[in-house]
Design a protein around this ligand. Structure first.
Ligand code: ADP
Length: 350
């Protein structure tokens, strides 16, 4: 739908990483938004520090780019421990974790991103490590393989996932602290933008920040990416200052949707409108039409579309709202669904 859809994708892009390092909040108190999550974490940290014990295992879930990795790093900093980072798909064999787990000191954090993508053999290996702080090492291969049990220091596993539903039940059960991150309201994104512009040394008006915030898909990663691109524009064309006018011009040039929708959002909505007469359509059928899996649709895309009034979740299925029709240049259905009722279909909805 847009010429450069990748700019608003909440997934990490290669050139996100460098500036992210300096823009990452250094203390939990500097982390803007998610106040409920922050408060629970602060209590858990204070309690663990008070008891001089490692933090319980923590699981963060929610859409990409909302701060799960950042919070894991902040937990380590607040607890005064080391953190090692890895991710589900990278880990092939238990041996990949043995070195990390045996070298950790008490309380250290092992952060596993995309934890829903762990292989079963790694999960099995992690259960006793998480529960009893011991690991089983295979000394030989084959059905009669000998194993050795090794104690490890009490550590904290912090897992992050965009797909809570795909995490196995035994894995879920082993986390004492489970926190869901939600999309940020525009005011909080604006606050993040102001703080980051300050660090980057870019002038920005409050209105300029609000304009960027509104188009950031509720996601700090997107907001920061827009800030960097708009800063380039401002430096070249507008004496380095971002106000509403500059923000609008730059975003137009970058083809950023005024609602922050990305390409997949567009496909979801257009498919419902074009192929399913605006809905209602079951999630399963929609997933097949999009060639996407049900869980990704439900956990990554739907929340944003529903929260922003583009999609309704009804008992009979998903329905595109008038706002969605208007956004994609379709004529909204004059009455309630469907879009253009054929004679025999219309009776279904009366
Ligand atoms: P996730 O792990 O959920 O995909 P990250 O923790 O990598 O997300 O965050 C993406 C980017 O957004 C990082 O640059 C991070 O510094 C920034 N960020 C996320 N949440 C906040 C926040 N609440 N305040 C400031 N910056 C944030």
């Amino acid at each position: 739908m847009t010429g450069k859809p990748e700019i608003t994708t909440p997934e990490e892009l290669p050139d996100d990483t460098l500036p992210e390092l300096s823009l990452r909040p250094q203390r939990l108190s500097e982390f803007i938004g998610q106040s409920r999550v922050k408060e629970s974490l602060q209590i858990a940290i204070d309690a663990a520090l008070g008891r001089k014990e490692p933090l319980d295992h923590v699981l963060f879930h929610g859409p990409p780019g909302l701060g799960k990795t950042t919070l894991a790093i902040l937990l380590a900093r607040e607890m005064g421990v080391n953190i090692k980072t890895t991710s589900g798909p990278i880990l092939e064999r238990p041996a990949d974790l043995v070195g990390i787990l045996t070298n950790q000191r008490e309380g250290d954090i092992l952060f596993i991103d995309e934890i829903h993508r762990l292989r079963p053999v790694i999960e099995e290996f992690l259960y006793p490590a998480m529960e009893d702080y011991r690991i089983e090492i295979r000394l030989s291969e084959g059905p009669k393989a000998q194993t050795m049990t090794l104690p490890i220091e009490r550590f904290t596993l912090v897992g992050a996932t965009t797909r809570f539903g795909l995490l196995t039940a035994p894995m879920r059960a082993r986390f004492g602290i489970v926190q869901r991150l939600d999309f940020y309201p525009a005011e909080e994104l604006a606050e993040i933008l102001v703080r980051s512009a300050d660090i980057l040394g870019v002038g920005m008006t409050e209105d300029g920040a609000n304009e960027l915030a509104r188009r950031s898909r509720g996601t700090p990663r997107v907001a920061l990416r827009l800030l960097r691109r708009v800063r380039d524009f401002a430096e070249v064309r507008a004496e380095g200052r971002i106000d509403t006018g500059v923000a609008k011009q730059a975003l137009e040039l970058l083809d950023v949707d005024e609602y922050g929708l990305d390409e997949m959002d567009g496909r979801v909505l257009k498919t419902i409108i074009e192929k399913f007469s605006g809905g209602p359509v079951g999630l399963g059928s929609l997933a097949v039409a999009l060639g996407e899996d049900v869980a990704t649709l439900e956990e990554v895309y739907e929340p944003f579309l529903i929260q922003n009034g583009f999609l309704l979740r009804t008992a009979r299925g998903r329905v595109a709202t008038e706002r969605a029709y208007v956004r994609f240049g379709f004529q909204p259905p004059s009455e309630d669904p469907p879009a253009e009722p054929t004679p025999d279909q219309s009776s279904l909805f009366n």
